[in-house]
Design a protein around this ligand. Structure first.
Ligand SMILES: [Zn+2]
Length: 263
């Protein structure tokens, strides 16, 4: 198989100390409904095949370890500062899952050579980077995460835990459910009124890409530091997994890591 070529954010490619990528389905070993590079273990796919996919992903980024998270559409943020926190939960290519997995929908770290992985299939993965403090984060923001402002909470954690300045932070929003497909028939129950201005005027479709942009902006991230890939997962099931399009499906990965430049 040819080397994996993840999608990247143009503005993040400018930083030599950073490795990141959003992996499409291309180049994976999974079959049938999971066809491609499924990195989700709790999808019904063969775990041995998922681990093979995960290993391909790891080596394509030239990383030896990453953190996966138990994502629950909540607001817990894993803050990884010590080598112990990193080592206990790191996946290093072994057959099974690591002994410890953080229950978290966002993670922040300043550790080097440690990938943070968010798994998605319509939800947004939002990677964050402060090049001044050398701090990264990765956020799982589905519609519940948007409602609970997990993005704002994560920016806040970067500020309070690592002294980051929001105006320095760069953000990248992964392929996810676009305004073309983010239909919420029960929006009056599910979506708070403060978001209704993001609704199409005639139909119950919402622009969660703009919601994320505005949530980041409200916490001081500059608009020119936010990049959205602008690809809708439900429209592009040739490239990505989409839970809305196919209930039985895989998960694709957004990964970010700081590189040890001394190596
Ligand atoms: Zn769409």
């Amino acid at each position: 198989m040819a080397a994996l070529k993840p999608l990247t954010f143009d503005h993040l490619n400018a930083f030599p100390g950073l490795v990141h990528g959003v992996f499409s389905r291309a180049g994976g070993y999974s079959k049938d409904a999971f066809s491609g590079l499924n990195i989700g273990l709790s999808t019904g796919d063969d775990p041995d095949v998922v681990n093979r996919n995960r290993r391909r992903m790891l080596s394509s980024l030239d990383l030896t370890r990453v953190l996966f998270f138990n994502q629950v559409h909540g607001t817990d943020i894993a803050v990884i500062k010590s080598e112990k926190d990193a080592a206990d939960a790191a996946w290093e290519g072994q057959g099974g899952a690591p002994s410890k997995i953080f229950k978290a929908d966002a993670a922040v770290t300043n550790r080097k050579d440690l990938g943070l992985v968010i798994q998605v299939a319509d939800c947004q993965a939002v990677v964050l980077y402060d090049p001044e403090k050398e701090v990264i984060a990765n956020v799982h923001s589905g519609w519940r995460g948007s409602v609970d402002n997990i993005l704002g909470r994560c920016i806040n954690a970067m500020v309070t835990q690592f002294g980051c300045t929001p105006a320095n932070i760069r953000a990248g929003i992964s392929p996810s459910l676009g305004p073309c497909c983010a239909q919420f028939m029960n929006y009056k129950q599910e979506i708070p009124k403060s978001f209704w201005k993001y609704k199409d005027k005639d139909r119950p479709y919402f622009d969660f890409w703009q919601i994320s942009r505005d949530q980041l902006g409200a916490y001081g991230v500059l608009d020119e530091h936010i990049e959205t890939m602008g690809l809708c997962t439900r429209c592009r099931t040739d490239l990505f997994y989409s839970f809305r399009a196919n209930k039985v499906t895989g998960r694709f990965a957004a990964v970010i890591a700081l590189k040890n430049k001394d190596e």
